[in-house]
Design a protein around this ligand. Structure first.
Ligand SMILES: [Zn+2]
Length: 412
C-alpha cells in the first residue's frame, strides 16, 4: 500500500457504519453514536448521523492521526536506549543514523516505518530524516501524499560521518523537481552554526518549505546552547535571530522556556510539538501546558519516535492526560491536537491536504476504526476508548484506511 492510494484514485471508495468522533482544528469534538461515513476517490464524501445505537460489533471511527514530530531513522530502535538527551544522542542515536548513508538500508527502514506508522493509525506527518540528502529523496519516493520529510541537518558537534555544511545539503535538495516539498530540518541549535541556521531560514522562505527543529528539551542542552551562542538572549532567540520562527515552523518539546521565549513563540505563531511519551522516556521534564495557554503558543501532540517508544498517537494522547494535572487538558482537546490541529498545520503547504485530520467533506479519506465504546458524549467516548486500549496502543487499531484504501492492521 505504500506509495499508492493517492488523492485521485477512483478505486478508493467505500463506506462504513459505526460510531464516529469528529475532531475540528478549533478543538471542538463531536461524537455520533451511530453514523455512516462515505468516501469516494480517496476523499470523504458524506458523514451522516443514523438513528438508534450502532450495531454491536461495529467500530468507533475517527480520522487518521497526524504526527508532527517523529524520526524515521530511529523507528527500528525506538524504546531501546535510555539516558538523558545528550548522551542518548551521542552514544546511541547518531551511530544508528549513520547506517542510512547506504540507500538500500534507508529504503528498508523508510518502508518499514511508513507501514508501521499507518498500521498504528497515523496517516500523515512531519518527519525528521537521516542526515543524508539521498535518504531524504528515498523517503519522498516511497511515502504517500501527506508526509513531509527533511534530512536532519548537522554541520558541527557530532560524528564526522554525519556532518556536512548546511548549504551543500540544501543545494542538493533544491535541485529536486519544482513543486517538491522538503522540510528544512536543522537538527537542533548545537548541530548548526548561526550562519547555517540563517541559511535554513532563507531557503525555507524562498521555497515555501516547512521548518522543523528541537527547542529546550533538556537542561544540559539549554546550557550548551547558552555556551555556544553567546550573542543570543536565550535558546529561542537563537532561532529567532536566524529567522526560523513563524507559522510554518514546528519546534519539538519547548519544556524549559522563559516568559520572554513563550511571548516570542506566540507572537510568531510558532508551533510546539509536545511529546509526553518521549519526555517521560528521557526524563526531560514536562511541557508547561498552562504557560503555553497563558501566552497563546500553538501546540500539537507528537510521538518523537525513537525517544518516544511507540508510534501510536493514541499512546501520546493517553500520556498527555496522565502527565498533566486533572483539568489541564481534556481528552477531547488532546485528540484534536493529535488529528485536526496537526492536520491543519500540514494542509497549509498543500491544497490536496485540506481537511486533513478531520472527517470534513472533501478531506483525505484517512480513517481509523478502533474498539467501540458506550458513551453519551465526546469527552466520555475518548476517555472510555483510552481506557479500553491495550498497554501498547500501537496494537489497537482494528482497521485503517489511507486515502480510502485499507492498510492491513498490525493485529489483523
Ligand atoms: Zn525529536
Amino acid at each position: 500500500m505504500i506509495g499508492s492510494g493517492g488523492p485521485d484514485n477512483a478505486a478508493a471508495s467505500g463506506k462504513v457504519r459505526g460510531s464516529a468522533l469528529l475532531p475540528h482544528p478549533d478543538l471542538s469534538l463531536h461524537y455520533l453514536p451511530h453514523a455512516e461515513i462515505v468516501w469516494q476517490s480517496g476523499r470523504i464524501r458524506e458523514v451522516r448521523a443514523l438513528l438508534g445505537p450502532a450495531p454491536s460489533g461495529s467500530l468507533l471511527w475517527m480520522p487518521g492521526l497526524v504526527d508532527l514530530h517523529v524520526h524515521w531513522p530511529q523507528s527500528h530502535v525506538r524504546g531501546q536506549f535510555s539516558g538523558q538527551l545528550l548522551p542518548w544522542l551521542r552514544e546511541s542515536i547518531w551511530p544508528a543514523e549513520a547506517a542510512f548513508a547506504e540507500p538500500q538500508q534507508a529504503d528498508t527502514a523508510i518502508a518499514s516505518y511508513l507501514l508501521a506508522s499507518q498500521r498504528a493509525g497515523t496517516c500523515a506527518g512531519l518527519v525528521f530524516g537521516a542526515p543524508f540528502a539521498a535518504a531524504s529523496r528515498r523517503f519522498r519516493a516511497l511515502a504517500p501524499p501527506g508526509w513531509l520529510e527533511g534530512p536532519a541537518l548537522m554541520e558541527v558537534h557530532a560524528l564526522p560521518d554525519l556532518l556536512r555544511p548546511v548549504p551543500e545539503t540544501l543545494a542538493e535538495l533544491q535541485s529536486e523537481p519544482p513543486g517538491t516539498l522538503v522540510a528544512v530540518s536543522p537538527r537542533f541549535a548545537p548541530n548548526v552554526t548561526a550562519a547555517g541556521l540563517a541559511f535554513c531560514a532563507a531557503v525555507a522562505a524562498a521555497r515555501g518549505w516547512p521548518i522543523q527543529s528541537h527547542l529546550a528539551e533538556n537542561q544540559d542542552e539549554v546550557q550548551w546552547v547558552r555556551a555556544l551562542f553567546g550573542g543570543a538572549r536565550d535558546y529561542t532567540d537563537v532561532y529567532d535571530q536566524a529567522g526560523l520562527l513563524g507559522p510554518r515552523t514546528v519546534l519539538a518539546h519547548g519544556i524549559h522556556l522563559s516568559d520572554r521565549e513563550l511571548e516570542r513563540l506566540a507572537a510568531t505563531r510558532t508551533t510546539i510539538a509536545h511529546c509526553p511519551t518521549s519526555n517521560l522516556a528521557l526524563g526531560s521534564g514536562t511541557m508547561p501546558i498552562e504557560r503555553l495557554r497563558q501566552f497563546g503558543v500553538p501546540w500539537t501532540l507528537a510521538t518523537d519516535v525513537g525517544a518516544g517508544p511507540q508510534l501510536s498517537q493514541l499512546d501520546v494522547v493517553r500520556a498527555c492526560l496522565a502527565v498533566h494535572p486533572p483539568g489541564a487538558v481534556t481528552a477531547a482537546e488532546a485528540l484534536c491536537r493529535a488529528t485536526a490541529v496537526p492536520g491543519a498545520w500540514l494542509a497549509q503547504f498543500e491544497d490536496r491536504l485540506t481537511g486533513l485530520g478531520t472527517l470534513a467533506i472533501g478531506a483525505p479519506a484517512h480513517l481509523v476504526g478502533v474498539c467501540n465504546v458506550v458513551a453519551g458524549e465526546a469527552e466520555a467516548a475518548v476517555r472510555e476508548l483510552l481506557a479500553a486500549l491495550p498497554v501498547d496502543a500501537e496494537q489497537a487499531p482494528l482497521a485503517v484506511m489511507a486515502w480510502g484504501e485499507a492498510i492491513a492492521p498490525a493485529n489483523g
